[in-house]
Ligand binder design. Structure first.
Ligand code: ARG
Ligand code: ZN
Length: 876
């Protein structure tokens, strides 16, 4: 059944108060919900009451204390209807029975490693009790949780604890939690289990004393310190950056080992995939630390952008997700290097969102319809959604942006809002009309902007012309409002110096706004032919058809004050060299030599000054980036070869520099580990150097990698060593893999890295290796992290093997999708999205991928999740 935005209407009923009594039991959990209902004045008078349910067993039902007549009600596993509900406030008491142990979908109430926990977004609450499970029904919740004390000494709910005690004459105890702020059902949560706790106090800017706590599996408390610290920094940052203070006495984070997504912002009780909480130098990489910091912040920031102001309906998902991603990106930029973080954001956008937008699963940032909402927690909604917020800030400026955010929170606090409400707040504070800007939310596809430049030496003017197009948008599509960060760079440095700088009337604070299909801007006072620095800091999520040649790009790499565009210049040169090889154009050779020389000079000048940035410049565009650039008739083997060859060239040409950089960046023995950005940046550059050295000289690389593993004092270096070894077939690799597995035999999250490294080996034997690993005692199809590490990494990060011409890679993923669909359709559907780009492949692979997709789609009894991905992937 397709749900459409245009069909939205308010609920016919509201639920003001919810009292839940949850008696936890491994197989026979009893939930009694007492709901204070009333007709919604904005709804249809006299309408039946239709409560959602999913897989529920009804045990008892009372309306205002009485059993309703049998013909007044219809109830089954998927819903409960009262045909003629009272036309006044009334109470329903509903008792249901659940089996949390059998809940393998990990939606609703389930058990993870013995811990009772919940996941209700988007529509999991209806798996706990019958309810108006939609985000515009806001209620005040009181939850009593009861469990065997021995099995679940810790009982957590939303809001503040109000009461606890034992159940006389039993081995059970209970806790009562009350959440004073009305919330939609998707933000409900409870936890019960044996958990260790770390905590620290925080005082908000409003003077509220808050206890922050992180709960983890017994024995892992020492790995929770970083997450705890990240919560504290997030709370402080949201106060200064956005004026947002926390609003309850407790803020709890719980880490569980079976979780479909990254984490969940339940009010006062965030529940996390433990991968994004647990960290120690021995077990977590710098990337893990950065992800923990970002996701902790993300979920915490939802307290305002998502919880205090929630979404009217699921079409508005970007309202909370795009905005909250933007907020967590800003937080990470403030905690780390802004330029390096921006590069990471754009790499991620290009790796995940651009291909999605170019394939059959493309959808607007605000979709107009869906069959399964859980399939819309996408890079487009999250990451492109964040880019829209960022563009808005660029357009109106930082001060107006902050005022607009304040206005948005003030006007919509306690309500379920829409994208229109969001934009309205910014219109109110700026007096601008943002209706044309709103087009960004409405249509899929990555826009293109073609740029050309011309210099007039006599007039000392430089003219830049822009033309925007949108793939598949149709002639009626209005042009987008595109902020373009701009500057001019001369042969010896920026031309925007203090004395008689170039200027252009319509460039304000370095931003030109393209609002029509075509437009141009003319800079005056330009002393020499400049190189334009376009879309500085990636000011809009578009593809740029740039007028720059490699010489111009090298000028930018050397002199652009915008770090992002320095990096972008190097990436574009590398991309050009590699695509030329893929397309069999040999012209690239001299260019490659120039590139090596330029990178050498760059490293000499700057590697030690900003190692994190240098590491980004050295890391070539991925195979996926190349595929995205090439766009059609993709041959992953040719792409792999081109990238391997350029890495070899860089490794050969820069070898001495890279070796001495590795020396210069080595931590003196005894240096205590720090996960901070500076130390992580040094490790990143050392390991980027290792990768290139090994690409050019596998023997030397192997020796360096083995030594690095032997000396490693942290997981980043150990894993980088292993990753380098993994690319060289032979004894050394297998020995290192075995040693790693032995060392971390009892560390599931570390073994995930070991699964992933092997899944990404770009060799023929990998499919068979994965099949073997699926039988490894540490592997379990029921755990989403395991599946994503072994099969997800394969499908997303091993293009040559996933896209094997004989179809063996597709078959492996298709089998896994089908095997999972019966137990966890959400994870199965997510895995299946790897087939998205199938139409862009060369014919042999295209046919093989299509037949794997059709095989999945033709299987009887598929979930709605997988059916939806299959239908959309094959449509058109
Ligand atoms: N709101 C969560 C977040 O952005 C994601 C939860 C999505 N879960 C799901 N089953 N669709 O952090
Ligand atoms: Zn989120």
């Amino acid at each position: 059944p397709t749900v459409r935005l245009e069909d939205y209407r308010p609920s016919d009923h509201l639920i003001d108060r919810v009292e839940l009594d949850v008696r936890l039991d491994p197989h026979d959990t009893r939930v009694t919900a007492t709901l204070a209902l009333r007709p919604n004045p904005a709804g249809r008078a006299g309408a039946p009451l239709v409560l959602d349910g999913d897989d529920l067993t009804l045990l008892a039902l009372e309306l205002d204390g009485q059993a309703p007549a049998p013909d007044a009600v219809r109830a089954d596993a998927s819903g409960l209807t009262l045909h003629r509900p009272p036309q006044r406030p009334f109470t329903l008491r509903i008792e249901t029975r659940l089996d949390p142990t059998a809940n393998t979908r990990l939606m609703g109430l389930y058990r993870s490693n013995g811990v009772y926990c919940t996941q209700c977004e988007a529509d999991g609450f209806r798996r706990i009790t019958y309810f108006l499970d939609r985000p515009d029904v806001l209620s005040v919740y009181t939850t009593r949780i009861e469990a065997e004390r021995e099995a679940a000494p810790v009982l957590l709910g939303n809001g503040n604890p109000v009461e606890a005690g034992t159940v006389p004459g039993t081995d059970r105890h209970y806790a009562v939690w009350h959440d004073p702020l009305p919330k939609p059902a998707y933000l409900f949560a409870l936890v019960g289990g044996r958990l260790d706790r770390v905590a620290k106090p925080f005082t908000t800017m409003e003077g509220r004393a808050v206890e922050i706590a992180v709960y983890v599996e017994p024995g892992k408390a020492d790995r929770a310190a970083y997450a705890l610290d990240a919560v504290e920094r997030s709370m402080a940052w949201d106060e200064t950056a956005f004026g947002r203070a926390y609003d309850l006495d407790l803020f709890n984070v719980v880490a569980v080992s079976d979780f479909n997504m990254g984490a969940m912002e339940n009010k006062g009780l965030n529940i996390f995939n433990d991968k994004y909480v647990l960290a120690s130098p021995e077990t977590a990489t710098d990337g893990d630390y950065a992800a923990i910091e970002a996701i902790i912040a993300h979920e915490y920031f939802h307290n305002w952008s998502g919880n205090r102001v929630t979404c009217r309906d699921w079409f508005q998902l970007c309202l909370k997700e795009g905005l909250t991603v933007f907020r967590d990106q800003e937080f990470s930029s403030d905690m780390r290097s802004r330029a390096v973080h921006r590069i990471a954001e754009v790499r991620n956008l290009r790796a995940r969102q651009f291909p999605e937008d170019a394939g059959p699963l493309a959808h607007p940032v605000r979709p107009k319809q869906y069959a399964e909402i859980n399939n819309f927690y996408t890079a487009t909604v999250y990451e492109k959604g964040a880019e829209i917020v960022r563009m808005l800030r660029t357009l109106i400026g930082e001060t107006a942006f902050r005022a607009g955010m304040d206005r948005y929170f003030a006007d919509n606090d306690g309500t379920a809002a829409t994208v229109e409400d969001f934009l309205k707040a910014f219109e109110a504070v700026t007096g601008r009309d943002l209706s044309r800007f709103a087009e960004w939310y409405e249509r899929p596809g990555t826009p293109r902007v073609a740029v050309s430049g011309s210099y007039d030496p006599a007039a000392r003017t430089y003219r830049l012309a822009f033309r925007q197009t949108r793939p598949g948008a149709g002639a009626d599509a209005p042009p987008l409002v595109i902020p373009i960060g701009l500057g001019l760079v001369g042969p010896d440095g920026p031309l925007d110096g203090p004395l008689a700088p170039p200027f252009a009337e319509r460039v304000e604070d370095g931003v030109f706004v393209l609002e029509t299909a075509e437009d141009a801007v003319t800079f005056e006072n330009v002393a020499a032919e400049p190189v334009p620095s376009l879309f500085r800091a990636f000011s809009a999520p578009v593809r740029v058809e740039s007028p720059l040649d490699d010489a111009a790009r090298l000028t930018l790499l050397r002199h652009d004050p915008d770090s992002f565009n320095r990096w972008e210049a190097a990436q574009r040169i590398a991309l050009g060299l590699m695509t030329a090889q893929v397309r069999d154009e040999t012209a690239g050779d001299a260019g490659a030599d120039d590139f090596v020389v330029a990178l050498g000079a760059f490293l000499d000048a700057e590697a030690l000054r900003d190692p994190a940035f240098a590491a980004q410049v050295l890391a070539l565009p991925s195979e996926g980036d190349l595929a995205d650039e090439i766009g059609t008739e993709i041959d992953p083997d040719a792409i792999f070869a081109a990238r391997r060859d350029l890495r070899r060239r860089l490794g050969t040409g820069l070898r001495e520099r890279l070796l001495s950089l590795r020396e210069a960046l080595a931590e003196p023995e005894g240096t205590p580990f720090s996960p901070d950005a500076a130390a992580a940046g040094r490790r990143a550059l050392r390991n980027a150097a290792l990768d290139l050295i090994a690409a050019a000289d596998p023997e030397a690389g192997t020796a360096l990698a083995q030594a690095q593993i032997a000396q490693a004092t942290n997981m980043t270096d150990r894993l980088a060593g292993l990753a380098a070894l993994a690319l060289v077939p032979g004894e050394a690799r297998e020995a290192a893999l075995s040693a790693f597995a032995e060392r971390y035999a009892n560390e599931p999250l570390v073994l995930d890295k070991w699964f992933a490294i092997q899944a990404m080996i770009p060799e023929d034997g990998t499919v068979e290796r994965i099949r073997r690993l699926q039988g490894h005692p540490a592997f379990a199809n029921t755990n989403p992290n395991r599946v994503r590490s072994l099969v997800g990494s394969f499908s997303l990060a091993n293009p040559t093997q996933f896209n094997r011409a004989d179809g063996a890679g597709y078959a492996l993923v298709a089998e896994t999708v089908l095997a999972l669909d019966g137990t966890n359709p959400q994870v199965a559907a997510r895995l299946m999205t790897a087939f998205g780009p199938w139409r862009r492949l060369e014919p042999v692979r295209r046919a093989a991928a299509e037949s794997a997709l059709r095989r999945i789609a033709a299987t009887p009894g598929l979930s709605r999740d997988v059916t939806d991905i299959g239908t959309r992937s094959l449509a058109g």
